[in-house]
Design a protein. Structure first.
Length: 112
């Protein structure tokens, strides 16, 4: 009962119509998070950003570098799962909150 209430709230908030779509969206978030976490260490090591070289500050640097990669992966993986519209809308909202909505406008003009 409680789980169904949560699903209903998510469907309304995310403007999706089925529990299956919610499951797909959760799956995309999980795969994207795991993929970006997996890629973060070799990527930052390739740039020379290691704990040995930077100490404790390497972790925040790694997060800052990986954040845009995560955002791009989210749209790509979401598209593979047939949820491009949802994840593009999600990305535009994130960019707007970061006051970078010009990037979304530029992408839409160039690619859509």
């Amino acid at each position: 009962m409680i789980f169904q209430n949560i699903l209903d709230k998510l469907k309304k908030r995310w403007e999706v119509s089925s529990n299956f779509e919610v499951l797909i969206i959760f799956t995309v978030f999980a795969i994207t998070g795991s993929t970006s976490a997996y890629l973060s260490k070799p990527f930052t090591n390739g740039l020379g950003i290691t704990k040995e070289a930077f100490g404790w500050i390497a972790i925040p640097i790694r997060l800052i570098i990986i954040f845009p990669i995560y955002q791009v992966l989210l749209v790509i993986i979401g598209s593979i799962f047939g949820q491009f519209r949802f994840f593009w809308k999600f990305e535009k909202k994130i960019l707007k909150r970061m006051r970078l909505e010009g990037i979304a406008i530029w992408i839409e003009k160039k690619w859509f």
